[in-house]
Structure formats: structure tokens, C-alpha cells
Design a protein around this ligand. Structure first.
Ligand code: ATP
Ligand code: MG
Length: 354
């Protein structure tokens, strides 16, 4: 029997509620599909930072590296400044484990009304592939003489040929498995060095995928199109910062941030990949068993798919769809169900599949 080793980092806030919900579903699906999950929990995040002055121990990365995948909740507490290395935990993991793809599906679930009310379910089904390791977020810059009239500040983006090619190849191969359309979302009309280079390299990569329809769109137009004509998108390939912003917009058009899943993927599988919902630790609703766990449960499905358990992943997705279809919903989308009710509903659905 296959046995996967999963490092579990619930993090802070609702991470402690949604991660157990996801694991409950994973346990159920594993026994149906004849594999085992061995979990090891790590109490890292902003709470850990308050106690130890760091988000994870010195040897944290070495510890994580031994696992097949990392299942992560969310980090952040209101009393811990998040310009601090708050996100350092995720930054470090993404960078050190060469998780250069950030994979974020945007799909309207059955029975859920999008805030774009006139849109049908099948209108909203695309994936945002965000470059995850470089670009605008390399944190290379300085603040000079801030309190003087000459004060100024800089942040320099860094885009490498290798980095662009890697994420582009992943995105085009994904498009080949979907509706064969790829939109490069860029802003090369104003970022005339970095993003012009980005566009040039992507256009070169596109030559190798003649079966994929390739087009380019500026982010201002893309943001408007997310709202007005989401049906025109299949795979979106974009930079670290643009992807960060657009994928939250994607979560919103799914009806709740609580639905959005993501994977930080090392496609070569040299290092473990990390799976987490797109939302944060939501301290305002933590501890009440009311958080929507679907983003976390869907992220667990992405994890199983990455590990090669495609049928198990598909069963989880159909359990999620069945649950929203029959209107078992949490308060963020107008329902009364608790976090654990959602997990139980999906587990019930899985038991019908044995
Ligand atoms: P981060 O900086 O870590 O992304 P954030 O400041 O963007 O965090 P979130 O923690 O994502 O904020 O919360 C934003 C809002 O969405 C909050 O009102 C929160 O309660 C709500 N929210 C987030 N996740 C969920 C969820 N799973 N279920 C219900 N509501 C949620
Ligand atoms: Mg956020």
C-alpha cells in the first residue's frame, strides 16, 4: 500500500479548524483508494513567532524537506506585524523548494451564486498560474533618506529567462490538458524592461505549443474582464504580484474567499510542494467552527492529485460539489452549516463511493 508522508502546518486562526477538516476528508478518501497518509504536525506561524521570535525553527526547512508534501493552513495574527517576516514562512518555503508555480483554480461551484449574478456556473472555470519565486516580490530595494526632502524608495523586480520559461512551460502544458487557451496577463506597456522581457520569452515558449491559442492582455483590461467576461479565460499566466491580486479577485467571483484553493508546486518533484487555501487566518471568525473549509479541502485534493492519486482527488471534488449543490453551506455564503458539518457532508458522500 502506498504511504505518503505529509507535513501539516495549520498556522494560526482558522488554520486550526480548516486543516483538520481537510485531513478528515483525506483520511476518508485514502481508505477508499487504498493508500495511507502519515501526518506530522508542526506548530509554526505567528503564534509560534510570539513565543520564539521566529516563524519556524532554524532547521524547519530541513525538516519539511523529508516529506512528500506540505499541507498548510494560514499564518497571521492581528498583533504580529505582517510586514515582518510574517509571510517569511511561506516565502522561504516557496523559494527554497523551488515552488515556482502557484496554481489557483477559479471555478463556480454548483448551487453557489457568484457576485456576478448574471453569470452561469459554466462561465466561470479558469486557472491562474502565478509565477511564485521572483518578479516584483524579490524584496530588492531600499528606502533612502526618508525624512529629508530628497527621500526616495525603490523596489527592483527581477525576472530571469529561466524563471519565465519554467512557469510558462508549466502553464502551456496545463492549457494543453484543458481548453487549449492561454492568456498572458502583463503590463509591458508601462513596465517596459521587465515585462517586455517577460512577454518576449513567453512568446518564444508559445512557439513550442502551436495547439494552444496564445494571447496577451494588460492587467487593467484583464481585471475588468474577470468581472465582465470570465468565460473568455482558460489558463492565465502571470507574474507574482499581478497573480497575487488577480487570484483574490478570482476567489471573490467564486462567491467567497473561503472557496479558493492553491498549490505551490515544484513540478520536477525534487522538493515537496505546498498546498493551502488562498485566504488568510481570518482572526475575526477564528475559534467558532464557522469558517468555510472548502478552500482547504479542495487544496487537499490538489495535493493528492500532485501525489498521483487522481481518482481520490476527483472524489473529493465531487464531494465538494455535492455539498454545495444540496446547499450545505457556511455563513460566508449564506448558510448555517459549521466547518465540521461541511467536512462530514463530504465524508458522507465519499462513503457512497465505496
Ligand atoms: P492574508 O494577509 O493572510 O491574506 P487577509 O488580511 O487578506 O489575510 P483573511 O484572513 O483572508 O484576510 O480574511 C479576509 C476576510 O475574509 C475576513 O473577514 C475573514 O473572516 C474572511 N474569510 C477568510 N477566509 C474565510 C473562510 N475560510 N471562511 C469564511 N470567511 C473567511
Ligand atoms: Mg489576503
Amino acid at each position: 500500500m502506498k504511504n505518503y508522508k505529509i507535513a501539516v502546518v495549520p498556522g494560526d486562526g482558522i488554520g486550526h479548524e480548516i486543516v483538520p477538516a481537510g485531513l478528515k476528508v483525506v483520511e476518508a478518501v485514502a481508505s477508499n483508494h487504498n493508500f495511507k497518509i502519515d501526518t506530522e504536525f508542526y506548530p509554526w506561524g505567528a503564534g509560534y513567532y510570539k513565543r520564539h521570535g521566529e516563524f519556524m525553527p532554524e532547521d524547519g526547512l530541513a525538516t519539511l524537506q523529508k516529506f512528500d508534501a506540505i499541507y498548510f493552513g494560514a499564518v497571521g495574527l492581528p498583533e504580529v506585524d505582517d510586514t515582518l517576516p510574517a509571510k517569511l514562512y511561506t516565502f522561504k518555503v516557496r523559494k527554497s523548494f523551488e515552488q515556482y508555480v502557484n496554481y489557483r483554480p477559479v471555478r463556480l461551484l454548483p448551487g453557489i451564486e457568484s457576485p456576478l449574478r448574471y453569470k452561469q456556473r459554466e462561465d466561470i472555470d479558469f486557472v491562474v498560474i502565478r509565477e511564485n519565486n521572483e518578479g516584483e516580490f524579490v524584496q530588492n530595494g531600499e528606502i533612502v533618506n526618508p525624512d529629508t526632502p530628497e527621500g526616495y524608495a525603490t523596489d527592483t523586480s527581477l525576472f530571469t529567462r529561466k524563471g519565465i520559461e519554467n512557469v510558462a512551460n508549466y502553464a502551456f502544458q496545463l492549457a494543453q490538458k484543458r481548453r487549449k487557451k492561454l492568456t498572458n496577463v502583463t503590463k509591458s506597456n508601462t513596465l517596459i524592461n521587465s515585462l517586455l522581457y517577460w512577454d518576449t520569452v513567453i512568446a518564444e515558449v508559445a512557439q513550442n505549443y502551436s495547439d494552444v491559442t496564445y494571447n496577451k492582455m494588460y492587467v487593467d483590461n484583464a481585471a475588468a474582464s474577470f468581472v465582465l467576461k470570465p468565460e473568455t479565460f482558460d489558463v492565465i499566466l502571470t507574474t507574482n504580484m499581478i497573480g497575487d491580486i488577480l487570484s483574490d479577485l478570482g476567489g471573490a467571483i467564486m462567491g467567497s474567499l473561503g472557496f479558493g484553493p492553491s498549490g505551490n508546486i515544484n513540478p520536477e518533484k525534487i522538493y515537496p510542494s505546498m498546498f493551502e487555501p488562498i485566504h488568510g487566518s481570518a482572526p475575526d471568525i477564528a475559534g467558532q467552527n464557522i469558517a468555510n473549509p472548502i478552500g482547504a479541502i479542495w487544496s487537499a485534493a490538489l495535493m493528492l492529485e500532485h501525489l498521483g492519486e487522481k481518482d481520490a482527488a476527483a472524489d473529493i471534488i465531487s464531494g465538494i460539489e455535492e455539498t454545495t449543490r444540496k446547499q450545505t453551506l457556511t455563513v460566508d455564503v449564506g448558510g448555517k452549516a459549521s466547518t465540521s458539518d461541511i467536512a462530514d457532508s463530504i465524508v458522507d458522500h465519499l462513503s457512497t463511493k465505496v
